[in-house]
Write a protein that binds this ligand. Structure first.
Ligand SMILES: Cc1ncc(C[n+]2csc(CCOP(=O)(O)OP(=O)(O)O)c2C)c(N)n1
Ligand SMILES: [Mg+2]
Length: 330
């Protein structure tokens, strides 16, 4: 029988249908959540700045499904899916976006600073590449304490050009810590395509692991099952004391960089085609043969859940100005 790693790397099948249906549901919840926050942002109800990860739901869901609750993650500026998949209830994330005390960061953070230490989310990061060093630190702590846990950093292709990426990869490998570096390679850094920010073809970005002698695992980021299996393999490798893994997931950003981005820099026909052929929810729905009736039942439940989260958030408590410096550590 093939090992988990071989199955992941060969795109082999081995996950139950019930589990795949769970993945479908969670990806659709993330999609509906993001569509709703986009809508509320445009209506002027949400302060700050907003990035959605529509098209990238399979990376959040597949990775987090393979993690244990005690494993930790650090997220990016595109953070809602990671937070949902790691286990924070949608109403607490929604309340955070509305700046309410009931939010997962007590209303102090907003979209790019979603924290929930109880479920192992060490936080989103507005600074590109900002999550990686802390994840190396967490992984080092797990190693020194002899704890069977992994620390996982999500980041994009653009982040692989930052100093923190290279420093983190270097030290993680040197110290052989149980870290997983999840590269969500959507081929864009804001409006800059891969060809203008990377010195190698976008599909070959995983080669950067070799510079550090690091284990590389790659999977199709639009196939949630492949992502799940690849993450299981990465986790197994890290927990066996073999050192960190670069998990390269090729994915697709099916919307703008930020909500309101007119995407004038993007070929409209290519985007249309990507939407039709690369949507991870559609792909899994077709594979599971989820028909219209079943889809609308699931969709109705999730839409109601998101709607309830908005009501919860709107009824939340505004933080007091005199508490502005509470929870400030540095
Ligand atoms: C250190 C730093 N440099 C630049 C920015 C501005 N910025 C925000 S998102 C982004 C693009 C990041 O691209 P990538 O890492 O591929 O993530 P994606 O947006 O594609 O998910 C940039 C340059 C920033 N926030 N932090
Ligand atoms: Mg990118």
């Amino acid at each position: 029988m093939a090992t988990v790693e071989e199955r992941a790397e060969s795109g082999g099948r081995g996950v139950s249908e019930a589990m795949l249906r769970g993945f479908f549901r969670e990806m659709l919840l993330i999609r509906r959540f993001e569509e709703k926050v986009e809508d509320r942002f445009r209506a002027g109800e949400l302060p700050g700045f907003l990035h959605v990860a529509i098209g990238q739901e399979a990376t959040a869901t597949g990775v987090c499904a393979a993690l244990a609750r005690e494993d930790v993650i650090a997220s990016t500026h595109r953070a809602h899916g990671h937070a949902i998949a790691k286990g924070t209830p949608v109403e607490r994330i929604m309340a955070e976006l509305y700046g309410k005390v009931e939010g997962c960061s007590k209303g102090y953070g907003g979209s790019m600073h979603l924290y929930d230490v109880e479920v192992g989310n060490l936080g989103a990061n507005a600074v590109v590449g900002g999550g990686l060093p802390g994840i190396v630190g967490a992984a080092l702590a797990f190693k020194m304490r002899g704890e069977k846990r992994v620390a996982v950093a999500f980041f994009g292709d653009g982040a692989t050009n930052t100093g923190t990426f290279h420093e983190s990869m270097n030290l993680a490998q040197l110290w052989t810590v149980p870290a997983i570096f999840v590269l969500e390679n959507n081929g864009w850094a804001e409006s800059t395509p891969a060809s203008q920010q990377l010195p190698l073809p976008v599909e070959e970005l995983g080669k950067r692991a070799a510079a550090y002698g690091m284990k590389l695992i790659e999977a199709d980021g639009q196939d949630v099952e492949a992502v799940y299996l690849a993450t299981l393999a990465a986790r197994e490798h890290a927990l066996a004391g073999k050192g960190p893994v670069l998990l390269h997931l090729r994915t697709h950003r099916l919307t703008g960089h930020f909500v309101g981005d007119p995407q004038v820099y993007r070929d409209k026909d290519e985007l249309k085609e990507e939407r039709e052929t690369k949507d991870p929810i559609r792909l899994l729905g077709a594979r599971l043969e989820i028909g219209e009736d079943e889809f609308s039942t699931i969709d109705g439940e999730l839409t109601a859940e998101v709607e309830a989260a908005v009501e919860f958030a709107k009824a939340g408590t505004d933080p007091k100005p005199e508490d502005a410096l509470k929870y400030v550590y540095a």
